[in-house]
Write a protein that binds this ligand. Structure first.
Ligand SMILES: [Zn+2]
Length: 313
């Protein structure tokens, strides 16, 4: 896909309250985009980062391909390659028992949450914004922002965390740190199953436990979750007064109502705000934002690295 040509997006089923014809791939060079983006970041009093799956995938936490087959060979063999196509699909497999469910999820959590260190993309992103007043809104559940040094009170991870578990029916508003349990399961797993004695049970209702991931109406929003939501709303209030930049990273159309659509709405309604969208293939931005918006396509790891190099000049 050529980035340098201005093209109208013809996407008739596109729903976001914006006429589909307003979206364009910008007709400026990568060098110009980088210059504008780093200038916006430098001048901004406030930076709101919104990060989706594309950010972690660009950072190296890819869910398919070699990384999947290398780590999940045993699972692919046991459950069939028709279902076990990648880590995303595998998470939706109807595991027949709790031993099988935790056999999979303990592995998934080790691979995506506990074993990876802070990845360079997130570390560089932190270096870019650490002296600024920033806030992170993310649908990612891999803990990369915390690992890279972003302050916990400046992160709102709306969809959960691979490191925590909750009552499957959400019978009480509490989540539980599962690191020790998952590490033990990882040692004890045999034939993709964990021993029955390791299967966690809800301490309140005695029922099954589940990953703390928003996948149904039972997702637990505990005290910390509500506190983080409050911090996010406080930050949005500040953005109404100061010059700010919204930096959107790898947000697709899986849950666009959390980051993508609200970010565009804020920029549309507040002329003090600018918008930088980094997205592999969908870096189109509303043309009506004019020079307040920059959409940069392609490899985000390179874009962040280039922004990082510019920020330290
Ligand atoms: Zn319960």
């Amino acid at each position: 896909m050529k980035q340098s040509q201005k093209r109208k997006i013809n996407w008739s089923r596109f729903l976001s309250g914006v006429p589909a014809g307003d979206y364009i791939f910008q007709d400026i060079s990568y060098a110009e985009q980088m210059e504008q983006a780093s200038a916006l970041i430098k001048e901004a009093g406030l930076i709101l980062i919104g990060a989706g799956a594309g950010a972690s995938s660009a950072a190296g936490l890819t869910y398919g391909g070699e990384r999947f087959t290398r780590n999940f060979g045993e699972f692919i063999e046991k459950y069939g390659s028709m279902y076990m196509t990648d880590m995303y699909a595998a998470g939706f497999y109807p595991f027949p028992t709790e031993e099988a469910k935790w056999g999979y999820w303990s592995k998934h959590s080790m691979i995506n949450r506990f074993l990876p260190p802070a990845l360079p993309l997130y570390q560089q992103l932190y270096e870019i914004v650490k002296e600024k007043e920033y806030f992170v809104l993310t649908t990612n559940v891999d803990h990369q922002f915390q690992k890279a040094g972003f302050q916990t009170e400046r992160i709102f991870a709306t969809q959960g965390d691979y490191g925590n578990i909750q009552c499957e029916k959400g019978c009480h508003p509490k989540i539980y740190d599962a690191e020790r349990l998952f590490r033990q399961m990882d040692q004890a797993r045999y034939d993709c199953l964990v021993p029955s004695v390791m299967v966690p049970k809800c301490p309140v209702c005695g029922g099954n436990m589940a990953m703390h991931l928003r996948c149904d109406r039972y997702f637990v929003e505990d005290e910390d979750w509500h506190e983080a939501a409050g911090h996010y709303h406080d930050f949005l209030k500040k953005m109404e007064q100061k010059k700010g930049v919204l930096l959107e990273l790898g947000v697709g159309f899986n849950t666009p109502t959390i980051i993508r659509f609200p970010f565009e709405k804020m920029v549309r309604e507040n002329r003090n705000l600018s918008f930088i969208r980094l997205n592999m293939n969908e870096a189109f931005v509303p043309e009506s934002f004019g020079n307040r918006a920059i959409g940069i396509g392609g490899d985000m790891a390179k874009v962040i690295s280039d922004l990082y190099n510019r920020s330290s000049i």
